[in-house]
Design a protein around this ligand. Sequence first.
Ligand SMILES: Cc1ncc(C[n+]2csc(CCOP(=O)(O)OP(=O)(O)O)c2C)c(N)n1
Length: 352
Amino acid sequence: MARKVVQNFNVEYLQVMDKNGYVDEKLMPKLSGKQIKELYELMILARTFDDKAFSLQRQGRIGTYLQFKGQEASQVGSAYALEEQDWLFPMYRSSAALITRKQPMHMILQYYGGDERGLKAPPNLNNFPIILCVGTQIPIAAGCAWASKLKNEKVVSMVYFGDGASSKADFHEGLNFAGVYNAPCIFMCENNQYAISVPRKKQTAAQTIAQKAIAYNMNKIQVDGNDVFAVYKATKEAVANARAGKGPALIEALTYRVADHSTSDDAKRYRPDDEVKSWLKKDPILRLEKYMRAKKLLDDSYKKQAAQKAKEKVEKEVEAYENIEEPDPEDIFKYTFKEMTPELKEQLEELK
Ligand SMILES: Cc1ncc(C[n+]2csc(CCOP(=O)(O)OP(=O)(O)O)c2C)c(N)n1
């Protein structure tokens, strides 16, 4: 007979840089000045893109769009920790991660403009298509990671999803599978505090989302998702472990969706202004700027230059998007199957 503790668990939290841009040098990941500037410029580029995409939607130049504003550190910092050969599985709010992974911005706009050809990654870019169905990308990523393991490729998969997706069966199935098969998969949960109007506290009774990894015997960590250094460090370590066969990981990045859920939402109806304002003070770009200024990596002229460069790049991509040739209406019949079914052939004839 016995009554005893058989397992003890804990969840680690990591913050390297606080909201004033001060860092704990002992925790600082290895990054050169050049790399820090690169991270900064990617975050600026991402935000410029996000603002532009929002304005294009308002002008009717793209369809519904989902902003990631405020989540630049959690996406850029994590995607930056991957190697080229690794696989990225984005959700609809992952445009900053896609931009970091060199997905052409005009293709992201093309997709949000209603043209599915924008989902296809150019050759040599291991980016999966954007997924709109909440959580469905999670088991696919776990399967892809398992395939890489079976092929002995030393390639990692990383999948993005929100706090809301962590309540779905896909999440649990994906984590369970990766845990059992030791698949090199990084599960990147951007806990931005809301799933449309459902706040985090109604999403789960668990104190953290990171602890959900415990049930699957998986590495886990909760990080300050507005601290690009913490996100980068946690992801870099998780990726190195996964690549070395030391198992998958769940990373919970604590962040905030500053904008509405989508261009069809009005967040003012379900969350207080004060809450939004308090998170704006923790803005990931502002805090990196404070750090860089103190370290003499940024001054007013460099800041202006970076903003201008980002604006020019985005404008060029908008132009490229708006000059894409219209798809052939026949594609809709030809695209799905290798060979058209008799019904599709008949419909195509009718269209002609
Ligand atoms: C399978 C499925 N169910 C419901 C929806 C409707 N829906 C779109 S976004 C969303 C909330 C998702 O929240 P979260 O996973 O936290 O991600 P976030 O949008 O906050 O980044 C829901 C329920 C959907 N797109 N797909």
